[in-house]
Design a protein around this ligand. Structure first.
Ligand SMILES: Nc1nc2c(ncn2[C@@H]2O[C@H](COP(=O)(O)OP(=O)(O)OP(=O)(O)O)[C@@H](O)[C@H]2O)c(=O)[nH]1
Ligand SMILES: [Mg+2]
Length: 456
């Protein structure tokens, strides 16, 4: 990571140390504004703790957004007093705070107190956890994309010559923006080549007959714990070279965003060969650029044959509902696989409570499987359900002309299906094969694009 820890800049995540974990001595006040109703500080507090802050106070306000300060000015004065009283080094605002608002609020606070928002905080956590090249690149991409509009704001302020040395960072001109854009495109290129390799690895696994099942769900739902329940013991040495992500263990902790990268393990199933992938948790209110920066991590979810959507069922129904909605929003449009909802942590529920929650959430979570990843209750039912929901393989028979294009389709089918028969006669090749429905339909449409072709 770039930048050094403890800087006084109020500009973006790159000015802070996202490069270690030695952050436990930082004292934070959390604050949140909502248009209506009561602001809930629970999640922002847990996020701040996950980033290593000690949360020493909280402040909320219900009112419309103030263009200059996000909060009303009176509230900002209250915030300043609270910061002084609790000797905080930092204010974490759980809203989408614009660059000017950040600057204005910072100006009202005691010297050296940082103002950060929800996204910067999440980026800080990701920066601390990023332990692979890919994760580091994703964090860096998100940081740069966060920084870009702020660099633009600085450039325009500097141009108006109102605030020389704005934010203590010296001169600004368009070259800063250009530099950020160049870095963004370089990182994108490198991430793309990593994504291609991962895609190739997924295809290779499919070709070896594996069904790919992804664990998705809100952060802290219990995905990694469930992964360990479902996973078979794996001979790591044997697989290390071929599948680097098979070697790592999926850690669980009662903390948001314990898992950042993806981990794949072989699942213990009756009939089908299943590879299970654990991945980064979802969270509400992420801006699109942050989601997009982590797109390739979510690929393992979107390209799965089946998604297990894990929900913490020990939470009250309104929280479960909100987290289900966030999860469905994240999956929507990108995911084509069937989804099985898993109500986890049922060891913390009474049987009656479980039935009530099932009924209350039946629209968002039809027919969920109830499990305890901790005790193992319900895991056998979950295995059965996974096998039942995995798409059945289909049989197909295609007759193709003998042409160059057709031959490349024939080899594509060999790569993606089990070919039972391949015969050449009368300038035609007949292929009988068995494959997943998606493969069969792709083969059919590719065949239809070939010149004079027919199928039975
Ligand atoms: N009581 C109970 N606790 C559970 C269960 N499953 C997981 N937990 C706890 O819930 C917390 C989160 O579990 P993880 O497996 O780390 O959750 P995750 O979804 O992987 O979380 P992130 O990787 O942080 O997004 C840990 O403290 C687990 O021990 C369960 O079935 N019952
Ligand atoms: Mg996890």
């Amino acid at each position: 990571m770039r930048g050094d820890a403890g800087g006084t800049g109020r500009t973006g995540p790159t000015d802070r140390g996202a490069d270690g974990g030695a952050t436990g001595d930082r004292r934070a006040i959390v604050a949140k504004r909502v248009d209506a109703g009561d602001a809930d500080l629970t999640e922002i507090t847990r996020l701040a703790e996950a980033a290593g802050y000690e949360v020493v106070g909280g402040l909320t306000q219900t009112r419309t957004e103030d263009a200059a300060f996000m909060f009303g000015e009176g509230k900002v004065a209250e915030l300043r007093d609270l910061v002084r009283e609790r000797e905080a080094d930092c204010v974490v605002i759980d809203n989408d705070v614009g660059p000017y608002q950040t600057f204005n609020v910072g100006g009202k606070l005691p010297e050296g107190v940082e103002v950060i928002d929800r996204f910067t905080l999440i980026l800080e956590i990701f920066g601390q956890r990023a332990n692979t090249r890919k994760a580091q690149l994703q964090v860096e991409l998100a940081e740069l994309r966060y920084e870009l509009p702020r660099a633009e704001a600085k450039a325009s302020l500097a141009k108006r010559d109102e605030r020389p040395g704005f934010m203590g960072l010296g001169e600004y001109d368009e070259s800063v923006e250009r530099d950020i854009k160049r870095q963004i495109s370089e990182i994108r290129d490198e991430l793309e080549s990593i994504a291609e390799k991962e895609q190739a690895r997924r295809e290779q696994r499919r070709d070896s007959g594996f069904d790919l099942v992804a664990l998705a769900g809100y952060t802290n739902a219990g995905k990694s714990t469930l992964m360990r329940q479902l996973a078979a013991e794996l001979d790591v040495d044997e697989n290390e070279d071929r599948h680097p992500d098979l070697a790592t263990t999926a850690e669980s902790e009662d903390m948001l965003f314990t898992t950042l990268g993806t981990t794949t393990r072989r699942a213990e199933m009756d009939k089908r060969d299943v590879l299970l992938t654990d991945t980064v948790g979802f969270i509400a209110d992420l801006p699109h650029w942050l989601v997009e920066s982590f797109e390739s991590t979510l690929d393992s979810v979107y390209r799965a044959d089946l998604v297990l959507l894990v929900v913490d069922a020990s939470e009250p129904v309104p929280e479960m509902r909100e987290k289900l909605v966030t999860s469905h929003d994240t999956l929507y449009e990108r995911n084509e696989a069937p989804i099985v909802t898993v109500f986890n942590k049922v060891d913390r529920l009474d049987p009656g409570e479980l039935a009530d929650k099932r009924a209350a959430l039946s629209g968002l979570a039809p027919d969920p499987v109830a499990v305890s990843a901790r005790t193992g209750a319900g895991i056998a039912e979950l295995r059965d359900r996974v096998e039942a929901e995995l798409p059945e393989w289909e049989r197909e028979r295609l007759m193709l002309p003998v042409s160059d294009d057709a031959m490349s389709l024939v080899s594509w089918i060999h790569d993606h299906a089990h070919v039972d028969e391949e015969t050449y006669a009368d300038e035609q090749v007949t292929l009988a094969f068995e494959a997943k429905p998606s493969v069969v339909s792709r083969a059919r449409s590719k065949a239809a694009e070939l010149a004079p072709a027919s199928s039975t």
